[in-house]
Design a protein around this ligand. Structure first.
Ligand SMILES: Nc1ncnc2c1ncn2[C@@H]1O[C@H](COP(=O)(O)OP(=O)(O)OP(=O)(O)O)[C@@H](O)[C@H]1O
Ligand code: NI
Length: 404
């Protein structure tokens, strides 16, 4: 299977008054062409910021601070090669080394995104059909003249992303784009699409509007759709329908999907590959079966509810008690970020673990990929979970930890 995206050591930080927040920390993963990558993890683990980073939508005070995002696109590689040979490797282009204008021109056409709340993607005072036609129109014009995608900011999530603006009336969109909008609405399963296209967002149910947002995201025929909690706000039956739709579109349109969710059931239903995020890092990744049937990281096992208590009776019976670290750089311990919550923490875990290779397809940022758990090496509890260290990264002392 060919790769669509190869993400290497990507880090995204926010520079806030509270300090530097390491929202995404040296993350690597691959998105295969024509497949679904599920990104799962607790709230605050960096899933959304990872998705935004992929399509270059991180806003101030945040920015990508390092890493590479290699995108497989032979035409783009050919176009860029002359000016920027260092940004090209075969058919792959490192998006991070492209100009702002070049990256912008890929939004909507190469990459698109949908969110949890479709209402935020639509302007309430413009018909749904018109807004989808605008997205189609922008892509049509961009395709005609790839270097001139203009921006007009107005502030509706997806619309803004796709066209950076809302055109004031229908005269700006062509008949062709309107027809395309109706076709897209039909494609996402909206009955009577020609009539529904004339309606306003508030006339759509939540599920129907979610479908319409997907239609809008598909207007540019993207290679990659990033779907951030696309079904979280919907009731269970509708959730299943939307997931099936995304799965179906992924196959018939031969695009790749990055599906962000905290729901393992959602992942199990549609993902081919899985990245498990914890505290801004990908702690385990692999095929669905690598991660679900053969998890290595105690965090993954905890998420799956399969950490056996019998290994350490009487201790941490809750699979994953405690909270995700706050990701403020100064508070991040110089040890495995999960060690404080881990039922299998060993002295090895007092240094930062690399990503270990479990198999060709499977990686885990945990020493248990290499060795068995040993009771003899268990870390004394005083060295974990206490107040954060003094900043030099040394573990807290073994004795004399005060409780105040
Ligand atoms: N605009 C911002 N300014 C400052 N910090 C931010 C901003 N956006 C995100 N963060 C921080 O980045 C970290 C990762 O957030 P992110 O939204 O990616 O988590 P998530 O895994 O998507 O969580 P959830 O499941 O709740 O959506 C969090 O610590 C969050 O506070
Ligand atoms: Ni999120």
């Amino acid at each position: 299977m060919t790769d669509l995206l190869r993400v290497r050591d990507l880090s995204t930080r926010f520079f806030t008054e509270e300090g530097q927040i390491n929202a995404v920390e040296s993350v690597s993963f691959t998105v295969e062409a024509g497949s679904v990558l599920g990104v799962v993890g607790e709230s605050g683990s960096g899933k959304s910021v990872t998705g935004l980073s992929l399509i270059d939508l991180v806003e101030s005070p945040g920015r990508i601070t390092s890493g590479e995002i290699w995108y497989n696109n032979a035409d783009l590689a050919e176009r860029v090669k002359g000016d920027q040979p260092e940004a090209v490797d075969g058919d792959f282009v490192d998006l991070r080394r492209l100009s702002e204008a070049e990256r912008r021109s890929l939004r909507g056409s190469a990459f698109s995104m949908i969110f949890q709340d479709p209402m935020s993607s639509f302007n309430p005072s413009i018909t749904v059909g018109e807004q989808i036609a605008e997205a189609a129109e922008v892509q049509r014009r961009a395709n005609a003249n790839p270097r001139s995608t203009r921006s007009r900011t107005q502030g509706y999530g997806l619309g803004r992303m796709l066209l950076d603006g809302v055109l004031p009336d229908r005269s700006y969109t062509s008949e062709e784009s309107w027809d395309r909008a109706v076709e897209l609405l039909e494609r996402v399963g909206i009955p009577d699409p020609a009539e529904r296209a004339e309606e306003y967002p508030h006339q759509f149910s939540g599920g129907m509007l979610q479908r319409a947002m997907i239609a809008q995201a598909l207007a540019g025929d993207p290679d990659l759709l990033v779907a951030d909690e696309p079904t979280t706000a919907l009731d269970v039956t509708i959730q299943a329908q939307i997931l099936d739709l995304i799965d179906d579109l992924q196959e018939t349109l031969d695009m790749s999907v990055v599906l962000i969710t905290h729901n393992l059931g959602v992942i199990a239903r549609v993902a081919d590959r899985v990245s498990v995020m914890y505290a801004g890092e990908v702690v385990e990744r692999g095929t669905l079966s690598d991660v679900f049937d053969d998890p290595v990281h105690p965090y993954t096992k905890g998420l799956l509810g399969s950490v056996p208590d019998i290994d350490r009776p009487g201790e941490r019976l809750e699979p994953i008690a405690g909270n995700v670290p706050d990701l403020v750089d100064a508070n991040m311990p110089d040890r495995c970020y999960f060690a404080d919550r881990c039922p299998k923490a060993m002295t090895d875990c007092l240094t930062r673990p690399p990503e270990y290779e479990v198999s060709d397809s499977h990686r885990a940022r945990c020493v248990l990929a290499e060795r068995e758990y040993s009771e003899a090496d268990a870390v004394p509890d005083e060295r974990l979970a206490g107040p954060t260290d003094g900043g030099d990264g040394a573990p807290a002392p073994d004795a004399g930890v005060s409780d105040d």
